[in-house]
Design a protein around this ligand. Sequence first.
Ligand code: AMP
Length: 199
Amino acid sequence: MILILLGPPGAGKGTQAHRIVESRGIPQLSTGDMLRAERDSGSPLGKKVKAIMDGGNLVSDEVIEKLLTARIKQPDCARGFILDGAVRTVGQAKMIDRVLKKQKRALDVVIELVVDEDELVNRLKRRVADTIASGKPVRPDDNEETFRKRQAVYRQETAPLIPFYQEQGKLRKVDGMASVAEVAAAIDAILDEFSAAKR
Ligand code: AMP
């Protein structure tokens, strides 16, 4: 099962991806996590992407291609994987198709978490307040200004993936404003359908 979780920053993709990892035993590939690890390690790539990430912009498709092609070849991806915020431009979507085709594999389904942007900003504010209250460090890109910028980048660069995957018949929509449990149940129903079809 190869699936993409699509939706703006803060839509709950990470939360749902972690749950699918537990229930289906396939890994979550988050380019955001990979890039944060590079940035925090101070590697040459990390230094290159730091300002781009901290400003809420997208790193180049070439960087994402390098990260993902290496990761997808790992043995734990053999049974499938979840691309969590890892496909952000039509260029990246085409790249993933190419890479998978070379491995004689294909994307199964794209699940879009449909959300309300203003409510996401409220959620962000609550998350930042909770993080501060618990004494943990706040992510450099977790402030309202950068968050709104990331939403705008999503609308401009990533939202075109919705018609792209719709045309391929691979897009499924889930109400991302429902509770975590309800979103999880809706996603599970879609994944069960695909697992049954593959058997
Ligand atoms: P995320 O945690 O997925 O929201 O990612 C955090 C930041 O990493 C984004 O705001 C981008 O700067 C960068 N990033 C993560 N994934 C990608 C991607 N697939 N393409 C371009 N930039 C990305």
